[in-house]
Every structure is written in structure tokens, then in C-alpha cells.
Write a protein that binds this ligand. Structure first.
Ligand SMILES: [Cu+2]
Length: 152
């Protein structure tokens, strides 16, 4: 490998593994719980069932840098959401949703799933810490729709 290629590799590895990597393409969006995953890369599948008013499992553990494909099954009778973020961010978002209950989430870290439907999110846990997934449809969070992610 020549010197230039070695430097290029080192730079791309550094970019891939820097936890607080900035998203500088287009809209300056960053995410509190990591970054959107790449569906073309290997990932661990974790299935989560959603119902009134909880998640099963409600607690997961992942490794720093790990990519997870969440398969989210709504086995309940109402719409439910899965928003992956810090508790602080979800609480702020929940307050916004009380003002605008029909606000849609078309962000890579969030999805709303209708009864009997399944959705997927591929996520890379590039930040260490504890995060959560929660349903911010008014009242659902208050009734217990929160799960916890530990990244280490
Ligand atoms: Cu819900």
C-alpha cells in the first residue's frame, strides 16, 4: 500500500469511528443517540413488539459502534411510535407533540407504526451512553411506553 492510500484509509477509519461525527451534508441534522445506519452493512436484528402501553423488550444493550436493524411490530390496536433519542430530547419532542398531536416524524431515528404493521429502522450506535426509545403520542409515554438502550 502506498503512503497516500495509507493516509486515506486512516482518514476514513477516523471518520467512521468518531462518535460526534458531524453531518455536514445539506440540513445540519445530528442525532442524540448515534447516527442513521447503512442497510448495506451487516447489522444485528432486534425485534421489538409494541402494544398498549409498552415495548417488549423494554431494555436492550448494544456495543459502541454496533449497527442494529430494529424490526418494530405493532401487535396492539392503536398506532405507536418508536423514537430513538436521549430522554431529554424525547421529553422536549413530547412537549411539541402535545401542541401538534398529528405531527409526523419523517426522521431516520423515528417511525410511527399502525396496528398489525411492521417497520424497520437501521441505526448505528456511534455514541456511548444511555438512550431510550419512546412513543410520544400524547399519553402513551406517561403510561409507560419507554424502553432503554445502554451503549458500551
Ligand atoms: Cu404508543
Amino acid at each position: 500500500m502506498n503512503r497516500l492510500a495509507t493516509i486515506g484509509l486512516a482518514v476514513s477509519l477516523a471518520a467512521a469511528w468518531t462518535p460526534a461525527r458531524a453531518h455536514d451534508h445539506g440540513h445540519h441534522q445530528t442525532y442524540s443517540a448515534g447516527e442513521p445506519g447503512d442497510p448495506a452493512k451487516p447489522s444485528r436484528t432486534i425485534e421489538i413488539e409494541m402494544s398498549e402501553m409498552d415495548y417488549n423488550p423494554f431494555k436492550i444493550e448494544v456495543k459502541l459502534g454496533e449497527q442494529v436493524r430494529f424490526v418494530l411490530r405493532n401487535i396492539g390496536t392503536e398506532d405507536h411510535e418508536f423514537l430513538l433519542a436521549t430522554t431529554k430530547e424525547n421529553l422536549k419532542h413530547a412537549a411539541d407533540m402535545r401542541k401538534h398531536p398529528h405531527m409526523a416524524h419523517d426522521e431516520p431515528n423515528a417511525v410511527r407504526v399502525a396496528p398489525k404493521k411492521t417497520a424497520e429502522i437501521v441505526w448505528k450506535f456511534s455514541k456511548p451512553g444511555t438512550f431510550e426509545y419512546s412513543c410520544l403520542i400524547p399519553d402513551h409515554r406517561d403510561y409507560g411506553m419507554t424502553g432503554h438502550v445502554t451503549v458500551k
